[in-house]
Structure formats: structure tokens, C-alpha cells
Write a protein of this length. Structure first.
Lengths: 150, 411
């Protein structure tokens, strides 16, 4: 496969054309954060809702951006729903490894996220792939901060 | 080559060694990001090597031959750059680039002249380099910024707006000569004359005009003109600020340090006259000398020829872009700088530019350091192709083929 096809895998193009979980959620109960990529000005907003037992309920996002940032955010909303905060954070670390290192992604653990391994050949695009995840991270931080101050 | 006869452009192109390279995947380089930085001809590269091989020493201090030679070349470079834009030698301050030139004036001029309640007028097209320094100055002095509005995607300023906006509280009008994101060419002469008739100082951001079109600061009638060397065949890290002599003489220093002083006590100092007052510390000596070499090189071709070449290539490029299904060129209909922003339906500029790179095509994608403008025009950024005289018709045709393929890829 040439580097372009590796970057723009069918799954990625499909999610960028038809992003899942697109749109805001009411705050509260949801937590909200936004990520900005200063090199292109792209912005992604993320909303996270929690279930009664403290798990991540629904994750949604909104924003304009390239195919990489849109599809990464879209897949992120699908993969993190129903997980614990800890699991979501581990997934973020794993995703960062997938897009920016030489480490072989653990397909069992990451499944669909591994399609982003093509990003590693385009260092300038790592920020695009991480944009939604960084916003999610902030939203999770906010939710935890609100718990500890309660 | 005499400036009067039309240059042999393929011979000119051959003077740029970098342009004959192939990319790592075997594709020949098509460099269309000249508005970000230009390439350097062998003559300029040689001048840099010559300086460090034969003439390098600190300037203005050594009482020995080598330092005298470096000093002589450095000061002659000042004269050469002055000549390049129709200024006097003592009106040229060497800077790190356009950005530093704007910052120098935003500090020195504003600290002397800007008061609370005053207004600095800009246009909505400004590069962040000609926006943020004024935001900071306005915050320091309690002044505000106003913006000459841009009408639409053609980048045309509202023709009726300016006279009404040059009101008494406006103390300085700073504007881009040629817009780096839309290509708009502002009527600098007319605007500077109008501002001057009302006692308003003017600064022209010449980052995209220097080395592209004939520039004579006396004809422009501006008080300040800033340029960067790296967009006109010189290295990065060197630029020049022109200041009208009477304006510079009145200004306090920008940076303090060696070279800019007359006499120093522990608690105070007196400063040298311009331009030395504004060049604290060891300057970019090699950069200045090589910038002068770039002026020699460009004048050797003839700026008039360069402008005509820019124009012909740009017209071909805009037509080529508009002929691609789903692509829309943005910017002025008539004369424009040697660049075109464009959007491709359904394809984000970053994806487009990444894909183009796989074909060896170097484009720019994003907000082009004009984020507020992109927001105003409701564009999620654009892709931009920008030219210089060494680009070829064949490269433009190839660009069109590549863009057509990219559109198919993402469709
Ligand atoms: C219109 C304009 N102004 C200012 C700048 C900044 O120039 P420099 O890189 O010389 O600081 C640029 C280029 O980046 C530009 O295009």
C-alpha cells in the first residue's frame, strides 16, 4: 500500500464523511472541552456524559477539520462509550502510541483504532489525529476535578 | 543578462540547485510554497560561503583588517538594500525579518506616540505578524485597533470605508501591501497619501511585495516599510525595516545592548543616531551581506521582468485551478500577487496538501497566519499555491493534473 492509502484507510474516509455522535450535549450533566490545533486553526469540541455507576455514557463531538481529525474523533466517541475513565485514558495513551511511534499496535486491544497507524508516516498530522482525544482528556479532567471538589 | 532583454527563464531556473531534486518517493519536486519562503540561487549561496570563507569577523569593533572588511561589507549591504527599495542608506535597519520590523515600530514608535484612547488602523487581511504586535502595543498604551473591512472572497477592501475610517484618533495605519492569503494588492500609494494628508503615520508590510514587484518607498510615500529576506532569495533570519529619516530620528531604542550606544554610565546611557540605535548587539552580518547579494541577483534579472513573469504564471495558475471540477480559486479577479488560495469541495486543505506532497507538490494549507480573515470569510482554511519567477508553465499544468487526481481520490 502506498503511504497515502495507508493514511486514508477506508474506515477513516468513511467516518470523516459520516461522523458518528456529532453534536452537542447539555452541560451539565455533560462535561465539555475543546481542542484547538494552532497550526491549522481546526477546533473540536467534545461532550462526555456519565452513567450512574460512573462509567462514560455518551461521548459526542462537533467541529470542522480534516479527514484525520474528524474520523479520529468520530471513532473515539464510539470506542470510549461504556468504558471507565481509566480505560479511556489507557486507550488515549495507546492511540498516541499508534499514531506517533514504531510500536506495533495490539490489535486485540485496539481493533479499529489501529487503522490510524498510517499517521506515523506523516508527523505533521499527529496533532490532527490527537485533537479530539486531547479534548476528551480535558473533559475527563474536568469531570474528575468536579468530583474531588464536591 | 541585461535587465532590458527578456530573461531565459529556464536558464534562470537552473541557477536554483534545490529545484532539480526528487522527493523520497521518486517524484520531482514542484515547489509552490514561495509565499512562505523562496528558494535561493547559487549566486546567493556562494555569497554566504564566500563571507564565511574569507571575510568573517565582528563589525564596528575590530581595529584589524578582517573586521574592517566585514564592517565595510555590512555597511555597503545597507546601502544596497536601501537602493533596492529607493531609500537612503541611513533609513535602513537590519532586522530578523518582517515580523521583527513590525515589532520594532510597534514598540519604538508606539512608546513615543501612542496614548490612551488612540486608534491603530489595520485591515482585516493582515498576517498575524502585522496584527499581534499592534494588539500588544494597544494593550500597553490603552489604545484600540480598528480594521478596514474586506468585502468578500475577492479580498477587495470596501472602497468607501477608508476615507471615513482615517479619523483624528487614528495615529497609525499599518497594512499589508500584497496579502499572503488572498493575493490582494492594496493601493499603497493612494492609501499612504490619504493618511499622510491627515497626519497619520503609515507602515506597509512588504513581505509579499519586496522582490516581486518594483518597490520605491519614496513613491509609496509610507513612513515605514518592512521586508523579510527569505521570501526574496536571501536566507532566513535577515530582513530590513525602512523608516523615513525624520521618523527614525525621533524614536527611542527598541532593544538595548552593544553597538546602539554612544556613551554609557552605570545608571544611564546615550544612544547613537539611527540606524545604529536600532541594531543592538552583533547583527546578522552574513545575512545582511547576502541579502545585498540577493538584491544584486534580483536586479540582475530585473524586477520588472520578475513582476511580468509572476503575473503570467499566476494567470495561468488561476485559470488552471478554476478549470478543475470542484475547485474554486479565491482572491481578486484582476491583478493579484503571485499566489492563489483555493478550496476543493469536500476535501479539507490539510488532506489536500498531504496528498499533494505524495506527488512531490509542495503547497500550503490552513489559515496562512490570517485566522480572523478565514473566520470572517467562513472558510475552514484554504489550500494555497504560490509562485516565483523560477516556476514553470509545465509545473502549473502538472499541479492541475495532481489536483484532479486528489479530487477523485477523496470523492
Ligand atoms: C504578509 C506577511 N507579513 C508578514 C510575514 C512574516 O514575515 P517574516 O517571516 O519575514 O517574519 C509574512 C510571511 O510569513 C507575510 O506573508
Amino acid at each position: 500500500m502506498n503511504p497515502l492509502d495507508e493514511l486514508y484507510q477506508a474506515v477513516i474516509l468513511e467516518h470523516s464523511r459520516r461522523p458518528r455522535n456529532n453534536g452537542p450535549q447539555p452541560v451539565p450533566p455533560a462535561f465539555h472541552a475543546e481542542g484547538v490545533n494552532p497550526s491549522c486553526g481546526d477546533e473540536i469540541e467534545v461532550w462526555v456524559n456519565f452513567t450512574e455507576d460512573g462509567k462514560i455514557g455518551k461521548v459526542t463531538f462537533q467541529g470542522q477539520g480534516c479527514a484525520i481529525s474528524q474520523s479520529a474523533a468520530s471513532i473515539m466517541t464510539v470506542k470510549t462509550a461504556g468504558r471507565s475513565v481509566e480505560e479511556a485514558r489507557a486507550m488515549l495513551t495507546g492511540f498516541h502510541e499508534i499514531v506517533s511511534t514504531e510500536i506495533d499496535p495490539d490489535m486485540d486491544r485496539f481493533g479499529e483504532l489501529a487503522v490510524f497507524a498510517g499517521v506515523r508516516q506523516f508527523p505533521a498530522r499527529v496533532k490532527c489525529a490527537m485533537l479530539g482525544w486531547r479534548a476528551l482528556e480535558q473533559a475527563l479532567n474536568r469531570s474528575e476535578a468536579s468530583v474531588t471538589t464536591e | 543578462m541585461s535587465p532590458s532583454s527578456t530573461p531565459d527563464w529556464s536558464a534562470v531556473r537552473a541557477q536554483f540547485p534545490i529545484l532539480s531534486q526528487v522527493q523520497s518517493n521518486g517524484q520531482p519536486l514542484i515547489y509552490l510554497d514561495n509565499a512562505a519562503s523562496s528558494q535561493k540561487p547559487q549566486a546567493v549561496i556562494d555569497a554566504l560561503v564566500r563571507y564565511y570563507t574569507h571575510d568573517n569577523a565582528n563589525v564596528h569593533r575590530g581595529l584589524y583588517e578582517l573586521s574592517a572588511r566585514a564592517t565595510d561589507q555590512y555597511e555597503r549591504a545597507r546601502g544596497r538594500v536601501a537602493q533596492f527599495i529607493g531609500a537612503e542608506e541611513n533609513e535602513i535597519i537590519f532586522t530578523r525579518g518582517t515580523t521583527e520590523g513590525v515589532n520594532l515600530i510597534a514598540h519604538a514608535w508606539c512608546s513615543k506616540n501612542l496614548r490612551a484612547g488612540d486608534v491603530i488602523l489595520l485591515t482585516e487581511l493582515e498576517h498575524h505578524s502585522n496584527l499581534i504586535p499592534w494588539q500588544l502595543a494597544a494593550q500597553r498604551h490603552g489604545a484600540t485597533l480598528r480594521f478596514v473591512p474586506v468585502l468578500d472572497e475577492t479580498g477587495a477592501p470596501d472602497p468607501t470605508a477608508l476615507p471615513a475610517m482615517l479619523t483624528p484618533e487614528v495615529k497609525l495605519f499599518a497594512f499589508v501591501h500584497i496579502s499572503n492569503s488572498l493575493g490582494t494588492i492594496h493601493p499603497a500609494e493612494e492609501w499612504c497619501a490619504l493618511a499622510r494628508s491627515r497626519g497619520i503615520a503609515t507602515l506597509v508590510d512588504g513581505a509579499q511585495s519586496a522582490g516581486h514587484i518594483p518597490v520605491n518607498v519614496k513613491d509609496l510615500g509610507c513612513d515605514f516599510y518592512v521586508l523579510g529576506g527569505h521570501k526574496m532569495c536571501a536566507p532566513t533570519g535577515i530582513g530590513a525595516l525602512y523608516g523615513r529619516a525624520e521618523m527614525l530620528d525621533e524614536l527611542p531604542p527598541f532593544h538595548g545592548g552593544g553597538e546602539m550606544i554612544e556613551s554609557v554610565r552605570y545608571d544611564r546611557a546615550t544612544y547613537r543616531a539611527a540606524p545604529a540605535r536600532f541594531e543592538a548587539g552583533t547583527p546578522n552580518i552574513a545575512g545582511a551581506i547576502v541579502l545585498a547579494a540577493a538584491c544584486d541577483y534580483l536586479d540582475g534579472i530585473g524586477i520588472g521582468h520578475i513582476a511580468a513573469r509572476d503575473e503570467a504564471l499566476t494567470r495561468r495558475m488561476v485559470d488552471a485551478l478554476n478549470s478543475i471540477n470542484g475547485v474554486r480559486a479565491i482572491g481578486p479577479e484582476g491583478p493579484r500577487g503571485a499566489l492563489s488560495s483555493f478550496v476543493m469541495e469536500g476535501v479539507h486543505p490539510h488532506d489536500l496538501v498531504t496528498a499533494a506532497s505524495e506527488y512531490g507538490l509542495a503547497l500550503r494549507g490552513g489559515h496562512h497566519c490570517t485566522q480572523p480573515l478565514m473566520k470572517k470569510l467562513k472558510l475552514p482554511g484554504t489550500a494555497r499555491a504560490s509562485l516565483y519567477f523560477y516556476n514553470t508553465e509545465a509545473e502549473i499544468d502538472r499541479m492541475a493534473e495532481i489536483l484532479t487526481a486528489i479530487r477523485k481520490y477523496f470523492a
